[in-house]
Design a protein around this ligand. Sequence first.
Ligand code: LER
Ligand code: MN
Length: 267
Amino acid sequence: MITFSATLTCQYDAPFSPFSAADLNSGLAWLKASGFDAAELCIADYQGIDIARIADALASHGLGCTTIASGQARKREGLSLLAQDPEILRRTRQRIFEHIDAAVVLGSHVTIGSLRVADTGLSATRYCQLLAQGLAPCLDYAHARGVTLIIEALNRYEAEHLNSAEDMMQFLDLIGSPPQVGILWDVFHGNIEDRDITLMGSRLRHVHFADSNRAFPGYGHLPFDDIYCQLRQSHYQGAISLECLCRPSTQTVINESGPFIQRLRQL
Ligand code: LER
Ligand code: MN
């Protein structure tokens, strides 16, 4: 069964969250009232974050957590799994360990998008080698705790490598396709990079929905009904998570999310 979630933020405001971090509880109430199953939570670091309290807040709204979105630490702190500075690499891995610990409490996955962006130009081969090395201890840590790490394909304007679903499939082959690693396919990035979505099969573990211009679905030109039906036909079992900018407006996202997912469920 496909579950639905939407991005909310716990700590620092995020362009993809229609509620401020301070207003997380209103965000959770909105998710529940709109018919979502779960939240996708942006967490930059664990200063002042009480994961047990967040787990309680989710439970009190009857919601799960699909994944912890880890990318805020890239811009805020310059963390990267490709960092040449060993101290930054150590801190990045440490942060991913903390996300994995939090994911155990929340029963969620951890997604890695911007934390795999490099500061310097690298060949594709070198990039993949360094990412595999950077990730290795994180994969062990995740495996030991039963958490899945889901790596996002990012379009060419955001990341130099692993832009398409096909690139991600090749990278998973390269690292031996461990069961605790999956692919995050974001239709906004896929709209730029991909030919089709079926080739990911069971490696596809999380999907982001935003329209071609990153607005709320329906305010760009992506065929969401077709995409949803294709995911269902390919027996996709993960989450579809709304990760759009608050465009055309925050109120549009808040008002139209419920009817949007209700309509998809009826297809
Ligand atoms: C994060 O999921 C994402 O899609 C990135 O484009 C954010 O920079
Ligand atoms: Mn995304």
